[in-house]
Design a protein around this ligand. Structure first.
Ligand SMILES: *[C@@H]1O[C@H](CO)[C@@H](O)[C@H](O)[C@H]1NC(C)=O
Length: 432
């Protein structure tokens, strides 16, 4: 109401420009809403500013507009309105994204409701669904109030990107956060494992968290190579989940090209990028094992899938997720030669069997073209005219030891449009 009155008085004082504005906005808003919300997104509750604008539409006939001054005014109004048009389009995009997320949440809630509510009769054919979206844990801030405070500031929608870094990876960390910033992501956090990284984050305005000294674990963090730091990763990650946050865990050998939070499904305990390089290897297939001596039964069918990459996965704060982290951390602590990525996958995929209780967390493989590993990029995508046009959400330089130059080449290719930036590199690594 107040908005309507204000618009009317300014209309009287500056009639010409208001008319132009009215026509412009009327047309633009009409087009946008007719296109995006054919069934009337706002039909039950039209926003206040639309009514006075359509009133002024009626006054077009009586408005004299002959002077050049007025024409110039109209021109500048048109410019202003096209800016406004851009802004409105952006708002519509954001609203659509919110709508999509809300519907995603609604589906998950319905799924949980169906399974958890009594009575548990199965219902007709085709209507029955198991739960993959497990309920989240109740946040417990008492386990780490200082981290809880940081997360409250940094996270958006109770989720954030987290990376661990010590001085060994400083140059890659720089590429990592530079591209995160460029994409416009604000909800990310570096777990700084030494003082040099703390200083580096401070001087680059990068949100960080430094843990309280913990003798047994931190000696690993400061001096450790890749695999030792990985064990630490799962223990630290647990606290984020216990505090009620979903974490998109990211190694630092990753270039962000779009906001990953616009491309998650959020329906599983673990949603991970794959080490696979095509539909079969990334999403699973029936691999037939041949044993001719068995004659008629020579073919045995096996299930295969390329491992999930433990350097980039989204994990929801649920009981199966936390149990997964605990199982991994426990095995890495007890088995000296265990490789964290192998352990991560074994815990995720092996079923219960005699003497073993499986985890049974729900899992989802990310789209391997959107969440792209460096084998897919260097072996396939860069040689394919169509695939080259696709912009991934992230590229993970996981398959190649010359990480930093390849990360920089990825930035040149996808961000700066340098078409031949990926050419100098061989498909695989050069050393055997
Ligand atoms: C791979 O899977 C996607 C859907 O996940 C499908 O659209 C595409 O056609 C498949 N490609 C091939 C080569 O089978």
């Amino acid at each position: 109401m107040a908005v309507g009155r204000r618009d009317k008085s300014s209309q009287l004082s500056n009639r010409g420009s208001r008319i132009a504005a009215a026509i412009g906005i009327g047309v633009v808003v009409g087009c946008i809403f007719a296109f995006l919300f054919p069934h009337g997104f706002f039909s039950s509750n039209p926003p206040a500013q639309i009514r006075p604008l359509s009133n002024s539409n009626l006054q077009v006939d009586s408005a004299p507009c002959e002077s050049t001054e007025k024409i110039n005014m109209l021109k500048s109004d048109i410019m202003r309105l096209s800016d406004k048009n851009v802004e409105l389009k952006r708002q519509v995009r954001e609203l659509n994204e919110k709508l999509r997320l809300a519907e995603q949440g609604k589906d998950h809630a319905r799924e949980q409701f169906m399974v958890l509510s009594e009575p548990n009769k199965a219902g007709p054919f085709g209507t029955v669904k198991g739960v993959r979206t497990n309920p989240t844990v109740t946040p417990d801030e008492s386990i780490n109030p200082r981290l809880a405070k940081i997360l409250a500031e940094v996270a958006v929608g109770k989720e954030l990107i987290v990376a661990l870094a010590n001085s060994n990876v400083k140059p890659m960390l720089e590429v990592w956060f530079t591209n995160i910033k460029k994409v416009g992501i604000t909800n990310y956090l570096v777990v700084a494992l030494d003082d040099a990284i703390v200083d580096f984050c401070k001087s680059n305005d990068v949100p960080f968290y430094q843990r309280d000294p913990d003798e047994t674990i931190d000696s690993v963090g400061k001096t450790g190579g890749n695999h030792a730091v990985s064990g630490l990763k799962f223990r630290i990650l647990r606290e984020f989940l216990q505090l009620g946050y979903s974490v998109l865990l990211s190694d630092v050998d990753i270039v962000f090209l779009q906001n990953p939070f616009d491309h998650l499904y959020r329906d599983s305990d673990v949603e991970s990028m794959s080490d696979g390089h095509n539909n079969m290897t990334a999403y699973g297939y029936n691999d037939v094992f041949d044993e001719p001596a068995m004659g008629w039964a020579r073919y045995a069918h096996t299930m295969r899938i390329w491992v999930y990459n433990s350097g980039f996965f989204y994990i929801r704060p649920t009981f199966p997720s936390i149990e997964l982290l605990d199982r991994i951390a426990d095995r890495l602590a007890r088995q000296a030669n265990a490789w964290d990525q192998a352990v991560f996958n074994e815990e995720l995929f092996f079923p219960s069997h005699p003497g073993y209780v499986g985890l049974h967390a729900s899992k989802r493989t990310m789209d391997f073209y959107l969440f792209m590993n460096s084998k897919v990029l260097f072996k396939t995508v860069r040689k394919d005219a169509n695939l080259k046009k696709l912009k991934p959400v992230i590229v993970h330089v996981n398959y190649h030891p010359d990480k930093l130059p390849r990360m920089k080449a990825v930035v040149e290719f996808y961000v700066n449009g340098k078409q031949d930036a990926l050419e100098p590199f061989p498909d695989g690594s050069e050393w055997q």
